[in-house]
Design a protein around this ligand. Sequence first.
Ligand SMILES: Nc1ncnc2c1ncn2[C@@H]1O[C@H](COP(=O)(O)OP(=O)(O)OP(=O)(O)O)[C@@H](O)[C@H]1O
Length: 295
Amino acid sequence: MRVLHIDNLSKHYGRIKAVERLSLEVEAGMAYGILGPNGSGKTTTLGMVLGITRPASGSFEWFEGRYGAGHRRHLGALLETPNFYPYLNAEKNLSLVAHIKGAPTHNLDELLELVNLRHRKTSRFSTYSLGMKQRLAIAAAMIGDPEVLILDEPTNGLDPQGIAEVRETIRRIAGTGKTIIMASHILDEVEKVCSHVGIIKNGQLLASGTVGAIISDDYLVELGAEDLSTLHKALLSHPGIKKAPIEEGLIIAHFDEKRSTAEINAWAFQQGITLSHLRPIRKSLEAEFLEITSN
Ligand SMILES: Nc1ncnc2c1ncn2[C@@H]1O[C@H](COP(=O)(O)OP(=O)(O)OP(=O)(O)O)[C@@H](O)[C@H]1O
């Protein structure tokens, strides 16, 4: 089932085109990352599809229209950390949220288990770390058993441990078959949590697809030799090479998969080439993301 269909959605603030003719589709069961630098229109997009912000033009549809105007009950959203009562424990805070939503309270323990807070359910909210607070907020968004969980920059402001725990929680929820739609400016986060990604910049969709297809996983090796052009020519006929640009006197070889330095050395030797430089490089994911968004 198509969970969300966005068609040519635009939103302008004066002369700022926050979102510009954005179209994308999210299928049931996807963990879809909306990835873009700060100010690229992610929050505005989520605001529009949640009915908080009115679009200037374009349209969107939830669940192929099957719930009509009642679709909102099937969405759990966490746009900013909600206010919990600091002196109440997790269990009490969640039951209050359930009462406000008119949702049942019988599965609160399950939700606390899902976000790995069951063991701390009787501790006051004020004693929680930021990561625990965020996980409780995710549990609150899951009250009423929504089909889709929508998150805006869910790890903002957390320390590395908190970040890891929140990501793990989102992965666990995705593993239960829920659809996740998550805005993030961190490529590494989308790569770790999401199955699919749409990259946006200046409110426009630049690329969309599975994480594996969009985020290249070429294996990069820096190579040098006295006779660089002979090495270059030989490399281009190597069966595993995808491309081999020359940068600052060295060849950046893009292999389709991991190759050991011993293997590359042996290959060069067979070609009658002595390598003067051989260094595997892991292109930083952030650099790759910047490359996509700057093109
Ligand atoms: N209420 C508003 N009034 C004026 N401009 C706005 C408003 N909301 C957003 N914008 C502008 O619209 C653009 C997109 O903002 P938006 O918050 O959607 O981006 P974002 O990708 O979510 O960024 P961030 O990750 O920094 O929140 C930005 O240039 C922002 O300054």
